[in-house]
Design a protein around this ligand. Structure first.
Ligand SMILES: Cc1cc2nc3c(=O)[nH]c(=O)nc-3n(C[C@H](O)[C@H](O)[C@H](O)COP(=O)(O)OP(=O)(O)OC[C@H]3O[C@@H](n4cnc5c(N)ncnc54)[C@H](O)[C@@H]3O)c2cc1C
Length: 403
């Protein structure tokens, strides 16, 4: 089947709307909330209602993270569904501002987890709520199997105890999806995710982090102290299945990694577009009909960055398309995340360099994008972890054989 690289016609309106939102709301507030770290971006409330409307008005999914549910259509057909529309929307929004996109009510990574693994009753119960995702702990980052937070069944509740750090939107969300172990002696298979109401008195906010980039996004650290959660809030099966359980939890990432790759694609495109304009103002424009080596060095470098961007973009769309078509995409999701995360950081820094003092100063957003880019190569699995996953898949090794 030939590859069609055009945006699917049915998503053109959505992409146009997301771009308009990015241009008219996110960009104009970008610098303001970079400076006013931890201040709630109130402009987003109105916007979130609009995104909800976009999601509701479409059976194709929408622009937000709550749309990433794997298709149940296993007919081998060729469809572009909610994963594709979500990625396309995220690219546009992050072209506007990635920190503000991460602060969009009801579009948290916890919403993706709920969309991916919750049953129908839970999906209904948590609908319309904003959900953050809490996996990382002081002693468990890349190695998620090392988490120490515990969940003990007591009557009709699970009682959670532990510590969670770096929770994006943790302060502002309505819900936090917390990963905890039913039995630390049983390793990965005993790790489950629990939906905890943000208002639960056992979920204690310790602090908000000050950060290099994405300052508009709040990043919270929590303690869970005898935090009682109704047992119906466990996502997925409560059984400890040594073969399947952890793989199930990890599957969420096959849907969310393309989203984070999409964020990186959006930031990379913003950098390249602005750099192209600034270079054009200085009289340098790449000629797409001549070999790069015969052009001014700055034009040749821009061409190279554009090719990096295209590769990241296509890998991202491929991973989302596979999720929409019920094809196993762990490998492609990691390809996309690794390529887009690394390229975004590289592109952002080289654009700063290409634009000289304009690139480094606060009059332009390039310096901010260079700071925002780095996280996209860290969260949802660092660069090194993506390469490890790819190597395991290509070599047919398990996580204990190659680590
Ligand atoms: C701003 C921000 C927002 C975040 N949001 C969230 C969130 O919403 N929810 C959440 O749960 N987490 C979140 N995180 C946490 C993030 O996912 C982790 O920081 C990330 O997974 C890396 O874990 P770590 O920081 O503990 O680093 P470590 O795992 O300690 O890694 C340190 C370095 O070692 C490398 N490394 C580790 N293991 C290996 C290996 N086996 N082989 C080769 N290299 C290796 C890593 O790539 C990295 O370069 C966020 C982090 C930040 C900074």
């Amino acid at each position: 089947m030939p590859i069609n690289l055009e945006i699917p016609k049915k998503f053109k309106v959505l992409v146009g709307q997301a771009n308009q939102v990015a241009t008219e709301v996110l960009r104009p507030n970008s610098r303001k909330y970079d400076r006013a770290e931890h201040e709630y971006p109130k402009e987003l409330d109105m916007l979130a209602a609009l995104v909800d409307g976009m999601n509701e008005g479409s059976d194709l999914g929408g622009a937000g993270a709550s749309g990433v549910r794997r298709s149940e259509n296993g007919d081998g057909g060729n469809r572009n569904g909610s994963n594709m529309s979500t990625v396309l929307g995220v690219i546009e929004m992050c072209w506007g501002d990635v920190g503000l996109t991460l602060s969009m009510p009801r579009q948290g990574l916890g919403n993706s987890a709920i969309a991916s693994v919750a049953d129908d009753e839970q999906r209904e119960r948590f609908e319309g709520k904003w959900a953050a995702m809490a996996i990382t702990e002081p002693e468990a980052g890349s190695d998620t199997a090392a988490i120490r937070t515990t969940a003990v069944l007591d009557g009709d509740d699970y009682v959670l105890n532990g510590e969670k750090i770096y929770v994006t939107a943790g302060e502002r969300a309505d819900l936090v999806v917390v990963w905890a172990s039913l039995d630390p002696s049983q390793g990965r298979a005993a790790i489950k995710s629990f939906v905890v109401e943000r208002s639960n008195p056992g979920l204690i906010l310790d602090r908000l982090e000050h950060k290099l980039g994405i300052r508009a996004s709040d990043t919270a650290a929590f303690r869970l102290e005898n935090c009682r959660v109704p047992k119906e809030n466990l996502l997925g099966s409560p059984d400890i299945d040594m073969k399947k359980s952890f793989a199930g939890a990890m599957q969420t990432f096959d849907n969310t990694r393309p989203l984070v790759a999409g964020m990186a694609v959006g930031v990379a495109r913003a950098c390249i577009e602005r750099t192209r304009e600034l270079l054009a103002d200085a009289g340098i424009e790449p000629d797409y009909d001549r070999p790069a080596h015969s052009q001014p060095a700055a034009a040749a470098e821009l061409l190279e960055l554009e090719s990096e961007y295209e590769a990241a973009h296509l890998l991202t769309l491929q991973a989302a398309w596979m999720a929409d078509n019920s094809k196993p995409n762990s490998l492609q999701a990691s390809y996309a995340k690794a390529k887009a995360g690394r390229s975004c950081v590289d592109i952002a820094l080289r654009c700063v360099a290409l634009c000289g003092s304009a690139g480094y100063g606060e009059d332009e957003l390039l310096e901010k994008w260079a700071r925002d880019a780095k996280i996209l190569d860290i969260f949802e699995g660092t660069q090194q972890i993506q390469l490890l996953i790819i190597a395991r898949q290509l070599l047919g090794k398990t996580s204990s054989e190659l680590r």
